[in-house]
Design a protein around this ligand. Structure first.
Ligand code: TRP
Length: 329
């Protein structure tokens, strides 16, 4: 018996990096054991900022390949592209009728966007959280794995649900956020977040050589200037990454690192080399599966088409109920 239904979505950002893996994908994969899972590539959300739309199709495919190779199992879970199930646009319209405007103008991410790009504030951007709420409730999901930055959106989703249910009767469950406990993955350059736009990331699907080359550039404990200065692993992002990768592939080596670093028995160069080897070892099966999947694009198309078909069946049911309650049927 499954514990409930999970829904999560991510914008199609193309090839995924180790920060995406540790922050979301790994968790998506693990949840499949206990929950009925629905994972969505939210291409409509990507349109709220209208960046790189000519790359959208390629980005969707790269991301989907990464998800599958990482272990999202299309037999057990539903994996699909948001716009392939157009029922989302219909539910979004209906939910717009019960969501007070003031709730949306107060959303911190909206206010931030208005401040940063005052000349590019469209109606879709204001509606972003309503679209996200609609994603979740179209499938009556009760559990939503997200990072901390999405908590205001989730809280708003719950308010939208409560309001709808109180006006029209119980239709939707109130979804709960399932916060992912993850180590903060700092960019290789030491900036706050690993991200493609900063070019400070290690993509999952790159060669062993490229991985080693990138790891070499990683920022380490800034107080350790010379090789025989004692290091502070608890303040070093490279050590955090050892904790994510080396622990599972070379556990005995992981045990020694903190000690050797504090005693200045291992230098940052060797420590990073070991990290690169761990990442390569850890990702080897992933990279093999991904290369195989990429060889045959038809398989990916079939998986996405099947996901959309199964998602659409659930969506149609929910919409029929919503329309009935709202007096449209
Ligand atoms: N807003 C989310 C993000 O930027 C993406 C998203 C869209 C989402 N719809 C969702 C996440 C539904 C969880 C559930 O990361």
């Amino acid at each position: 018996m499954k514990k409930g239904r999970v829904f999560s979505g991510a914008r199609p950002t193309g090839q995924q990096h180790i920060g995406n893996y540790l922050g979301a994908i790994q968790n998506y994969v693990a949840l499949q054991d206990d929950y009925e899972c629905i994972y969505c590539i939210v291409d409509i959300h990507a349109l709220t900022t209208l960046e790189d739309t000519h790359l959208l199709q390629a980005n969707i495919r790269e991301m989907a390949l990464d998800w599958l190779a990482a272990g999202i199992d299309p037999q057990r879970s539903i994996m699909f592209v948001q716009s392939h199930v157009p029922e989302i646009a219909e539910l979004f319209t209906y939910m717009g009728m019960t969501t007070p405007m003031g709730w949306l103008t107060r959303v911190p991410t909206f206010k931030e966007k208005v401040r940063m790009h005052p000349d590019n504030v469209n109606y879709g951007l204001l509606g972003y959280p309503v679209l996200m709420a609609s994603d979740i409730i179209l499938y009556k999901a009760d559990t939503v794995p997200v990072g901390e930055d999405q908590l205001p959106h989730l809280e708003l989703t719950r308010e939208i649900v409560r309001r709808f249910n109180s006006i029209f009767g119980e239709v939707f469950p109130e979804p709960k956020a399932k916060l992912t406990e993850i180590p903060l993955i700092v960019g290789l350059d030491g900036s706050a977040k690993m991200s493609k736009s900063m070019d400070n990331q290690i993509d999952l699907a790159v060669s062993d050589e490229e991985t080693l080359k990138r790891v070499k550039t990683a920022f380490t404990d800034p107080t350790r200037v010379r090789k025989n200065d004692p290091g502070h692993p608890d303040k070093c992002n490279v050590y955090t990454l050892h904790g994510a990768f080396t622990t599972s592939v070379f556990p005995e080596k992981f045990m020694a690192i903190a000690h050797d670093c504090k005693q200045a028995q291992i230098g940052c160069v060797d420590c990073k080399k070991l990290l690169g080897e761990s990442i390569n070892e850890f990702l080897r099966p992933f990279r093999e599966r991904r290369a195989k999947l990429a060889e045959n694009p038809g398989v990916l198309d079939e998986i996405l088409a099947d996901g959309a078909k199964r998602a659409s069946a659930i969506a149609k049911e929910t919409l029929r109920e919503v329309k009935e309650k709202m007096g449209l049927l």
